[in-house]
Design a protein. Structure first.
Length: 331
């Protein structure tokens, strides 16, 4: 900034006012300063600016797994909206480990990040309180905490689980199993409860028709094989996300089960990859881009509006029917 001031023949304070668009400056002086900035390839230090005005024009998106395509699709929406409003986004991958979550929160709190979108099921209310004490705005994704200051966005997971299971019965499946995600994650629990709403009282049902997994392709593959060994008669699977459904599809091919007439499969999320499997996967589609878009717009409102009021928003899901359930005959 000293070099710019010297080049333009003005004071450092004048350069600072031009950079920060503060105070009255003659148009001729501003033009001279901006020409000097351009000539010297000067880039203002955003960290230094943040130290002076307590704002960084930066936000963070904390997510559990960058390897799950669901989250990069959502992150794209967050980034699109952020850039439109002059913010840049730090993407923080936690691998669903509390130690990594806390490390990110500590670092972000000390680097003048203005806001955080949190997609984590291992966050605690005390963690959020620490952020609020540092004047950091927070929006939650997928998890609703009982706190009046925290807005949360989620989808109707239980209703989606019901839609998936009802669809499998509608196409003629007689024994529908479920591959559940990690049981201590509320979204996985809600999708499982949707499944149980439909089959839980049927005479053939017992808990052995549920196989636990970890939201990965490999986890879905192993869970499906366990189901085939326990219940060879299974002719329908509702998987708690698309990656596990893809793993189940792989297992079905290995076991020689014809898709969909011998085994119909439904996933959950609606990631782009679900349309590219062989055959293409029926799925319960979340409005992934809309979730990220709404969360970032909400965060902007929270950061810039002192009268902000928190809320909880649950969006609808949609059953997208593709070839893994398009039976040519009903068994």
């Amino acid at each position: 900034i000293r070099d710019v001031a010297k080049q333009a023949g003005v004071s450092i304070a004048t350069v600072s006012r031009v950079i920060n668009n503060k105070g009255k400056i003659k148009q001729e002086t501003e033009t001279t300063v901006r020409e000097a900035i351009k000539k010297l390839n000067y880039i203002p230090n955003k960290v230094a600016q943040g130290l002076s005005n307590q704002r960084s024009n930066a936000v963070a998106f904390i997510l559990p797994s960058i390897s799950n395509p669901f989250f990069p699709e959502m992150a794209r929406a967050v980034e699109d909206v952020a850039q439109q409003h002059g913010y840049h986004v730090f993407i923080c991958n936690t691998d669903d480990k509390r130690e990594k979550v806390l490390n990110y929160l500590d670092n972000l709190a000390t680097h003048y990040v203005d806001g955080i979108i949190l997609n984590s099921h291992i966050i605690k209310e005390a963690d959020l309180e620490k952020l609020r004490n540092n004047n950091i705005s927070i929006v939650m994704m997928d998890r609703v905490l009982e706190h009046e200051e925290t807005t949360a966005f989620a989808v109707k997971n239980r209703a989606g689980g019901r839609k998936a299971t009802e669809h499998l019965l509608d196409v003629g499946c007689k024994r529908v199993a479920h591959i559940s995600g990690v049981t201590d994650i509320p979204t996985a629990q809600d999708r499982m409860w949707g499944y149980l709403d439909v089959v839980g009282t049927l005479p053939w049902y017992d808990t052995s028709y549920i196989s636990r997994s970890d939201f990965t392709v490999e986890g879905g593959y192993q869970a499906a094989k366990e189901l085939f060994m326990r219940h060879p008669e299974v002719d329908g699977i509702f998987a708690g996300n698309d990656l596990m459904a893809i793993g189940a599809l792989r297992a079905a091919h290995e076991w020689g089960k014809a898709i969909p007439n011998e085994l119909a499969i439904v996933g959950f999320d609606g990631i782009d990859m679900s349309a590219l499997t062989t055959p293409p996967m029926t799925t319960v589609q979340q409005p992934i881009y809309e979730l990220g878009e709404l969360a970032m717009k909400e965060l902007l409102g929270h950061m810039n509006d002192e009268a902000y009021e928190a809320k909880t928003v649950n969006l609808d899901v949609e059953l997208i029917i593709r070839e893994t359930t398009m039976r040519t005959q009903q068994n």
